[in-house]
Design a protein around this ligand. Structure first.
Ligand SMILES: [Zn+2]
Length: 501
């Protein structure tokens, strides 16, 4: 099954072919109850404890549409610049799979709730690609199969399989792009950036947890190649359920190099689903792809059509938050950032942290400086993401305000931050426990200055003669004597005053 796969060099692929993409993203909504029944939707519960006759498809059970899920679908559609249907229906998509107890999935077919939209995607270097959205439709999730006894966790080689229907009936929105052409060498990057942008958008809308690692956001990547002189699209493959941003990029790239090698060898691409193999960054064949005719779609007779009034749609439009892209532009202007500086902050995952630190009272420049320098170094040395450091923006803002009012020097502030990161409490508590306050009492400083001058009379003499640069040595001695807790600028002033310079 896993015979060695020929791959073509990536640059050669691009000399001969143009890649064509189509991306389907499934997002699980964060409603408290399922799409057509009142069962809870929490992740990670004991298997088969969140089920009822409706989501188990028992005889006589009748579904009822979750209004909040419809509202979320419409908000997603509006955020993606889609038209919202004035009337649409659910449809039955018929097929057998053990994790789907009804033997059909309640979905939407030719009457999606939202259609004809677009999403602007900014690539790492700032280039913007507009991705056209075909549709966003409502459906329900399936249950989960667990294959036991095999080495791989797949059904192949397993001794038996277990089924958990907790996820069956959880509301899903499937967002489908139109074909994405003309991206050339950047196709894998565009695919990743699209999913990342969509994830940020859905997060801002607060309609989903968008956890790719937990499957609440999943991407199917359709990839085909078109020979340079061709006039029609090539046959596509669909790599299913890719569950990280990096994997989306790798899966697209792998499919391009795999398909190209087959095509130049005179072979043809099978229209099939494929599975992404995380370990090798490759894809393996799944099932031959069905066509929509195979599913015998028909309108769902147990559910009333959805006919959102224009008033309701406008009410929902008014609930849309500031979109991530607009927010970035506003922040760039407010923080006076160049494109490059903004991109660095985005790539470092620092924008939200800085914004929250500014909200807690810091200036943008100070907040940015702490997060991109000292805290980034701390995150690096711990091997964690910036956002996962055990310090909050409010705590960073508190440290910054202690510097501003003269209670801390920058050096002491770094020690306070270290203390917070080490779990020693709030900044105030760390200052107290570690005794880190700046010595601002001039009488204490005069004593230290006099002592330092007395111990280095030759230096003191030079300062008296007007060689003020020599004061540095005395400042150093005073800082040492006060264990770095004096304000160096004030110490220098006192030295010059004592020497009459
Ligand atoms: Zn149920």
């Amino acid at each position: 099954m896993s015979a060695t796969v020929e791959l073509m060099d990536y640059d050669e692929v691009l000399e001969r072919f143009d890649p064509v993409l189509g991306l389907e993203v499934h997002v699980e909504l964060n409603t408290h109850t399922k799409m057509f029944c009142g069962c809870p939707t929490g992740f990670g519960a004991e298997p088969n404890t969140q089920v009822c006759p409706v989501c188990l498809g028992l005889p006589g059970a009748l579904p009822v549409v979750n209004e909040i899920a419809v509202a979320s679908a419409i908000r997603i559609g509006l955020a993606l610049n889609c038209e919202i249907a004035t009337w649409c229906r659910f449809a039955r998509k018929n097929y057998f799979y053990p994790d789907m107890p009804k033997n059909f999935q309640t979905s939407q077919y030719d009457e999606p709730i939202a259609f004809n939209g677009w999403l602007d995607v900014t690539l790492d270097d700032g280039e913007v690609v507009r991705v056209q959205i075909e549709r966003a439709h409502m459906e329900e999730d399936t249950g989960k199969s667990l294959h036991v006894g095999g080495a791989t966790g797949r059904i192949h080689g397993a001794e038996h399989s277990l089924l958990d229907y907790n996820r069956a009936g959880v509301p899903l929105i499937e967002i489908v792009t139109k074909t994405i052409e003309g991206t050339g060498a950047r196709a894998p990057e565009v695919a990743r950036a699209y999913v990342a942008t969509l994830r940020d958008l859905l997060k801002a809308l607060d309609v989903s947890d968008v956890r790719m690692d937990q499957g609440s956001l999943r991407c199917d990547a359709n990839v085909s190649l078109m020979a340079k002189d061709a006039t029609e699209f090539g046959t596509r493959t669909e790599t299913k359920n890719v569950n990280s941003l990096r994997s989306v990029e790798r899966a697209v790239r792998h499919e391009m190099t795999r398909q190209a090698a087959i095509l130049v060898d005179g072979g043809s691409i099978l229209q099939e689903t494929r599975h992404f193999e995380e370990a090798g960054g490759t894809t393996r064949a799944g099932r031959r792809k069905e066509t929509s005719e195979d599913y015998r779609y028909f309108p769902e007779p147990d559910l009333v059509p959805i006919a959102p009034t224009r008033e309701w749609v406008e009410e929902l439009r008014a609930t849309l938050p500031e979109m991530p892209e607009q927010r970035r532009k506003r922040i760039q202007a407010e923080w006076s950032l160049t494109d490059l500086e903004l991109r660095d902050l985005i790539n470092a995952g620092a924008v939200d942290l800085i914004a929250a630190t500014v909200d807690a009272g810091a200036t943008p420049a100070e907040a940015r400086s702490w997060w991109v320098s000292y805290l980034s170094q701390s995150a690096n040395s711990r091997g964690v993401e910036l956002a996962d450091l055990p310090i909050t923006p409010a705590q960073v803002a508190a440290v910054i305000s202690l510097i501003a009012d003269g209670s801390l020097t920058n050096k002491l502030a770094r020690e306070v931050v270290d203390g917070v990161l080490a779990g020693e409490g709030e900044p105030d508590e760390v200052v107290e426990k570690r005794g880190l306050k700046v010595v601002s009492d001039d009488s204490a400083l005069y004593a230290a200055v006099d002592e330092a001058l007395a111990s280095q009379p030759d230096v003191a003499e030079k300062i008296r003669e007007g060689k003020v640069a020599a004061a540095g040595a005395i400042v150093g001695a005073v800082m040492k004597a006060t264990k770095g807790q004096a304000d160096a600028k004030r110490v220098r002033e006192l030295i010059l005053e004592r020497c009459g310079a």
